[in-house]
Design a protein around this ligand. Structure first.
Ligand SMILES: Nc1nc2c(ncn2[C@@H]2O[C@H](COP(=O)(O)OP(=O)(O)OP(=O)(O)O)[C@@H](O)[C@H]2O)c(=O)[nH]1
Ligand SMILES: [Mg+2]
Length: 333
């Protein structure tokens, strides 16, 4: 039997038998499945049901090899469990924070890198922007420096920009055309895809882990489309007194329950409206409720939205969909 042909955009095996199944194309001569064809040409993204087992299976297969791994993370959505990846991979891992462009230019990369080095132990650390081509030369150099074989794997959560990054490396450092499907919706890449940059380097794209605690899965907000915004964030600072609340979009309310007058700086899309009001008049009480005791200089991370930098200690109450993850960390910037 001949080896099954795979879609160039997402890696799924092509088939021309059932239009309802993944990988369908009317003509097996085509390079792309119908789903990728629609995504590329019409910007139509069809969702699929994701599979954590599939992700773990891929990690297992990477772990069996000793190849270099790039762990791609969205800088606005750094998970609190960055170390988890090491449970599955014994490979050398470079931590790559992508989407530098969404944070203000004034932010110091070095500070963030030192912050990460204090807490985690990766082979190396890098902050890049695929879109702005920021630090891509440096990344490429590091790949060449650390790679142990021809193949280098890219892993990370869905939407972190793995496929975009490979496309950028191809267009920067080879004379080939970028072919991978990328989109601002989760679950774009569906299987491992081997992209040869040159005869010494092949980058392997993988489907991202779908983290359902990401706000992006709370589909009913009219502001969802701003969660993956490509605009630079202009942080907004609010001075907040005890008894005041911030209402963010139509999906988040933060009450300042106790503490001295405090400063909250929001690193979230500028398209999402924010109101400061007296807690007595605040709405959204139908949402699930949780409380935190903030220490000095902590961020409240709302996974998928961004983070709020708080200066002083205090107590806060949060109304938000129960499934969305929130956590505290030391101020990132
Ligand atoms: N602002 C910004 N957006 C980026 C950057 N790189 C990628 N993106 C966007 O992030 C979204 C996801 O990119 P993909 O490359 O499809 O992400 P992925 O990690 O391959 O996602 P899966 O295939 O679902 O695992 C797209 O809308 C990209 O345009 C970047 O450097 N800056
Ligand atoms: Mg992808």
């Amino acid at each position: 039997m001949t080896k099954k042909k795979k879609c160039l955009g997402c890696g799924v095996t092509l088939q021309n038998e059932n239009i309802l199944n993944l990988g369908y194309t009317p003509n097996l001569e085509n390079a792309y499945c119908m789903r990728c064809f629609k995504a590329k040409n019409y910007g139509i993204h069809e969702n699929i049901t994701s599979n954590k087992e599939q992700y773990l299976k891929i990690l297992k297969s990477i772990n069996l090899k000793k190849d270099l791994v790039l762990y791609i993370v969205d800088i606005l959505n750094i998970p609190d469990n960055l170390d988890n990846i090491k449970k599955y991979l014994k490979n050398d891992i470079i931590l790559v924070l992508n989407k530098r462009d969404v944070l203000p230019k004034s932010v110091k990369e070095e500070k963030i890198i030192n912050y990460l080095k204090e807490q985690y132990d990766f082979k190396d650390y890098l902050i890049v922007s695929t879109i702005n081509n920021f630090e891509m030369d440096n990344l490429y150099k590091k790949i060449l420096k650390y790679k142990t074989s021809k193949e280098v794997y890219l892993v990370g959560e869905t939407n972190a920009g793995k496929s975009s990054l490979i496309n950028k490396i191809i267009s920067n450092y080879s004379n080939k055309e970028p072919v991978l499907t990328t989109s601002n919706m989760p679950e774009t890449t569906l299987d491992k895809i081997y992209i040869e940059v040159n005869d010494k380097l092949t980058l392997v794209d993988t489907p991202g882990l779908v983290e359902y605690s990401n706000l992006i899965y709370q589909k009913d907000s009219k502001y969802s489309k701003f969660l993956n915004s490509k605009k630079e964030i202009k942080p907004k600072t609010y001075q907040i007194n005890k008894g005041q609340s911030l209402i963010i979009g139509d999906f988040l309310r933060i009450d300042y329950l106790d503490g001295d007058r405090n400063s909250f700086t929001l690193y979230i899309s500028n398209k999402i409206p924010v109101k400061r009001i007296n807690s007595r008049h605040a709405t959204l009480t139908n949402l699930a409720y949780r409380e935190y005791d903030l220490k000095y200089h902590e961020d409240l991370v709302i996974y998928g939205l961004g983070f709020i930098k708080v200066v002083l200690q205090g107590k806060i109450g949060i109304y938000l969909d129960n499934n969305v993850k929130t956590f505290l960390r030391k101020n990132l910037i």
